[in-house]
Design a protein around this ligand. Sequence first.
Ligand code: FES
Length: 105
Amino acid sequence: MLFTWHLVDGTSFTSLEEGKMQDFLVGDKQVCLLRKADVVFAFAATCPHAGARFCDGWLDAQGRLVCPLHKYRFDPANGRNTSGEGYKLKTYPVEIREDYIYIGL
Ligand code: FES
């Protein structure tokens, strides 16, 4: 898959609060970032079901995203809809270069 790396303005790896989802405009896309330990996940900021904002949601005990509107769950690493409704969350590749975060779009 071909993509272009984009620097995420307004944050860095060390300034991302672990376990908290935050939206950023990257290129022309609104992207949600989530840091878990040494890994940063990037995925679409809105739910593929009916467009709720993931930043208003939370993580369950297994580390899956829980949509705040209808509580569907998604794996932040691959976008799989783990609660079984058949939706797919768009995810993006992430690279950490020094302390900067780059997203592949
Ligand atoms: S809008 Fe996310 S589960 Fe319905």
